[in-house]
Each structure stands twice: as structure tokens, then as C-alpha cells.
Design a binder for this molecule. Structure first.
Ligand SMILES: [Zn+2]
Length: 253
């Protein structure tokens, strides 16, 4: 019997025929979470009442950084990225300007919706990766992540650490083969501290892994800053995707 980490339903009532990539394949994801049912897998890639799919928002966001890192010479037919195209954004890589396309700007609250979907994508990846590595994602303590990422209940923060220095990639071919890093790079990241940090394409994000995160927030921030202050600025809780330095403007300095 197999049980889905998102809907808690089990076989034979649900099916597990499709491979559920933790990070989308087109974004370099190779790892699979075995315990995601077909219906939940489909959910993350699908449009619901005109709200952008969680997976698409993740791809759109990081494709900007990826295109920036790859540079013009690596974008084209048979290259690392076949083309740079965005559904939601106009991107000016020379001026480091990102703007939501005018047609979307007209929709009330669109920027906030995009950011909300992006935050859900980070929690979605966390719970699936945690299941793959630790096999305990069905634990009650993660119910808030299920509620938020899968059922859109509640709102939880994603903190963004902007780099201070033009030093960021963990390997030279990272833009070609990006990898979401879940290793515990920082010693204070354990269950007791209630927060987790992850690294992707030069960006560092922190997010809570306990529901009552406000209780541990100050402690997390002070410990986190102590470790990161050389390379990262004080984090911001993102409200818009444009809060993230997606074009890596500091690289031009
Ligand atoms: Zn499911």
C-alpha cells in the first residue's frame, strides 16, 4: 500500500503511475518523490480558476536567473536553454529590469498572486524532498505545509537573502544543470530551530518548517545572520517576485 504525502489517500483509491519530479525536469530536477499520487502531481502543474500554476511560476522565476547566468552564447538551439521566453515577465537583462507584462498588470493583485504561488512552490519542493530523504513527510507537524502548498489554506513566509558579493555559484556548470540544495549547510538548521534554508542558482531562501514559526523567528534570524553576514544582507520576507534579485544585478558591479 502506498500513501500520498499531499492528500493522505492510499492505493487502491488513488494511482501512482506518473513520476513526480521534485524540481521540474526542465529546471534540472532529476529526483523523484515516490509518494505523490497522480492527482496531486497534476495539481501542481495545473491552472486553477485562472491562477498561475505553482510549477510554472517556479520555472518562470528561476529561468530569469538561469538565462542571466548562461548568457546569450548559451541560449539557442541545442544549447543549455533553447530560448528565453516568459509568460508573465518582460525582462531587460542589460538594465536588470523585470516587469510583469502589461496584460497581467491589469489584473488586480496579480503580483501578490504570483508571489503567493511562488512561495507555495518552495514549500512543495521542501516536503517532497524531505519525503525522499527522511521519509517522514506525512508527520502531523507538516500539516501546515500540506494545507498551504496543496490546499491553499493560510499564508507562510519565504525569506530571501540577497547576496552582497558577486560570488555565488556552487559549481561552474550550475546554470546548465541547476540543483536545489537541501543539505544542511548551516549548523543552526535543525528541527528545534524551526527554519530551513535552501540554495538554488545563487539565491538563498529561508522558510519555517513549523506552524508556529513566529515563536522562533527572532532566534532564527539572529543565528542565521551570524553565519551569513559576510555574504548576505538581512533577509526580506518576499511580497513580490521582483523582491528577488532575479537578474543578479550585483554581478554587474
Ligand atoms: Zn495525492
Amino acid at each position: 500500500m502506498k500513501t500520498c504525502i499531499w492528500c493522505n489517500k492510499s492505493t487502491p483509491h488513488i494511482s501512482f503511475n506518473k513520476k513526480a519530479h521534485i524540481v521540474p525536469q526542465s529546471m534540472g530536477g532529476t529526483e523523484i518523490c515516490e509518494n505523490v499520487c497522480d492527482s496531486c502531481n497534476h495539481f501542481f502543474g495545473a491552472n486553477h480558476d485562472g491562477v498561475p500554476p505553482i510549477e510554472l511560476v517556479f520555472k518562470e522565476t528561476f529561468n530569469i536567473t538561469r538565462a542571466r547566468l548562461l548568457g546569450k552564447s548559451n541560449i539557442g538551439k541545442n544549447k543549455a536553454l533553447s530560448r528565453f521566453k516568459s509568460v508573465y515577465f518582460n525582462v531587460d537583462f542589460v538594465k536588470n529590469r523585470i516587469d510583469v507584462k502589461p496584460s497581467f498588470k491589469l489584473q488586480t493583485g496579480f503580483q501578490s498572486i504570483l508571489c503567493h504561488q511562488f512561495k507555495r512552490s518552495i514549500y512543495k519542493i521542501f516536503l517532497e524532498e524531505n519525503e525522499r530523504v527522511n521519509g517522514n513527510s506525512r508527520d502531523d507537524k507538516y500539516d501546515f505545509i500540506r494545507e498551504f502548498a496543496r490546499f491553499n489554506i493560510g499564508d507562510y513566509p519565504v525569506l530571501y537573502y540577497q547576496s552582497k558579493v558577486p560570488f555565488l555559484l556552487s559549481s561552474k556548470d550550475e546554470p546548465q544543470k541547476p540543483n536545489f540544495y537541501f543539505q544542511k549547510k548551516f549548523v543552526y538548521l535543525d528541527d528545534e530551530h524551526g527554519f530551513f534554508d535552501t540554495y538554488y542558482l545563487g539565491h538563498v531562501f529561508g522558510f519555517p518548517i513549523i506552524r508556529n514559526w513566529e515563536l522562533v523567528f527572532d532566534n532564527y534570524i539572529s543565528q542565521s545572520l551570524k553565519q551569513k553576514e559576510r555574504f548576505y544582507k538581512r533577509p526580506i520576507s518576499i511580497k513580490y517576485l521582483t523582491d528577488i534579485d532575479l537578474t543578479l544585478s550585483f554581478m554587474n558591479a
